[in-house]
Design a protein around this ligand. Sequence first.
Ligand code: GDP
Length: 197
Amino acid sequence: MIIKSAEYLISNVEYDKCPPATLPEYAFIGRSNVGKSSLINMLTNHEKLAKTSGTPGKTQLINHFIINKDWYIVDLPGYGFAKVSQAQRKKWEKMIEDYLRKRENLVNVFVLIDSRHTPQQLDLDFVNQLGEWRVPFSLVFTKADKSTQLNVSRNVKAFLNKLKETWEFLPANYVTSTEKKMGRDKILTFIDEMNMQ
Ligand code: GDP
């Protein structure tokens, strides 16, 4: 897919204030610092479309971008901040659950996972929750340039094996590096195919 345009639209706290649900939508989420902004910027070929977070945990908003005037990217606030209060966490949970379960045009959620690490409980819990809610998702293993190929493939396998303990069907997965421009074509091809359905 060729990216002709990518524009920031709006940020919201409530899912029902989001732009009209008339275009296919793809959401991105993961732990803070997992490389979400960098990935969105790589996909859209825009260096500064999604802001790389200076103060993690500050922006608790649903951020909409419109791509090629034809589909939406949604940058969701990350999870797993040590410094977030219980009240803030509850607010995040409510906002994310509402958005993920109620947004009608949501086609797929890309859950970002740091490829350097063995499966983390926080990521497994989030993914299992998505499965329980029947929200379609794929896994994106980020920062692949930061460790060896062997280590990355071990970690991907270990994560999928963990999911196999509970789920019959395993999600699609992508390995990315914004440093090496890796994984971009595969993700955009997937989005293109979904948009055509
Ligand atoms: P976010 O908090 O999830 O939006 O994460 P950012 O996109 O702000 O990235 C966090 C840090 O990881 C930044 O310093 C990025 O430059 C770095 N980073 C993100 N993706 C990659 C990658 O694929 N390779 C490398 N080497 N660094 C990355």
